[in-house]
Design a protein. Structure first.
Length: 202
């Protein structure tokens, strides 16, 4: 076979494989992987640490910042253009999140990258800020109804398993690394964590 044609063939096959490999999310352990930890409190803490791989991923932190400005990309730099939280976590009047963010992700015209979209797109309220906090601090805060939007632990399981904004983390659009695992796995870990006593890392 003509070597140039062969090289072209290899390139055509290798390119999509490389793209898929780049977008493949890192794995998440299932609750069963923690069943061997006999001490219930230690098992609960280990389960939350596994949840932390998702919680502390850029896909979640970028929308749970500690300032009034969202963050962007895997290096979590400040949102460009600058946008403000505004009175309803939905931007300033005239410059609301939905001025640019639609109901779905939209790939840029050049095919490289995308603008995120979701029908619930808005910034997490300041009392739910996770940026710069330790996993233990985030854990304590997530359990606190005064800082988690008044949620019980059962509602937290429900939120992590089914909420569409949480789910966006695994469907973040072209050019972004998805959160580890799947939302179903994250939900199962949350349930196992609650059922083992919802203990927090130190
Ligand atoms: C587009 C912004 C956005 C993204 C992305 C986002 N969140 Fe949130 N998050 C919010 C908003 C807004 C709320 C409050 C409204 C609500 O509870 O639905 C919230 C609330 C929460 C809560 C309940 C309150 C708390 O802090 O305990 C949890 C848990 C949560 N998000 C988890 C996640 C996880 C996990 C991810 C990533 C997989 C994520 N979020 C990504 C905006 C976002
Ligand atoms: C003027 C247009 C504009 C407005 C208004 C705007 N954004 Fe964005 N936002 C963008 C663009 C464009 C991107 C993608 C940039 C890129 O990836 O190159 C983006 C990306 C993001 C990301 C990064 C997601 C990730 O994980 O990388 C978050 C989070 C975000 N916006 C939140 C918000 C929130 C919340 C609001 C409202 C308070 C808002 N944005 C208002 C244009 C805007």
């Amino acid at each position: 076979m003509n070597p140039r044609l062969l090289a072209l063939g290899v390139a055509i096959i290798a390119l999509p494989v490389a793209l898929v490999a780049r977008d493949a999310p890192p794995a998440l352990k299932t609750p069963a992987a923690f069943a061997g930890i006999a001490n219930k409190d230690a098992r609960s803490v280990a389960l939350f640490r596994e949840m932390g791989k998702v919680i502390q991923s850029p896909r979640c932190i970028n929308c749970h910042p500690r300032t009034d400005r969202p963050l962007q990309d895997d290096d979590m730099h400040p949102h460009s253009p600058p946008v403000a939280r505004g009175p309803y976590n939905f931007g300033a009047s005239g410059m609301e999140c939905t001025t640019c963010h639609g109901r779905e992700n939209v790939t840029f015209a050049n095919g490289e990258g995308s603008i995120p979209g979701n029908r619930k797109w808005r910034l997490a309220p300041i009392e739910m800020a996770w940026e710069g906090k330790s996993l233990g601090e985030i854990c304590t805060q997530i359990k606190d109804p005064a800082r988690n939007g008044g949620k019980t632990l059962d509602q937290l399981i429900e939120h992590n398993t089914t909420d569409v904004l949480v789910g966006w983390g695994w469907n973040p659009g072209k050019g972004r690394t998805p959160a580890p695992g799947t939302q179903a796995e994250f939900g199962a870990l949350t349930r196992a964590w609650v059922e083992s006593g919802a203990k927090c890392p130190a």
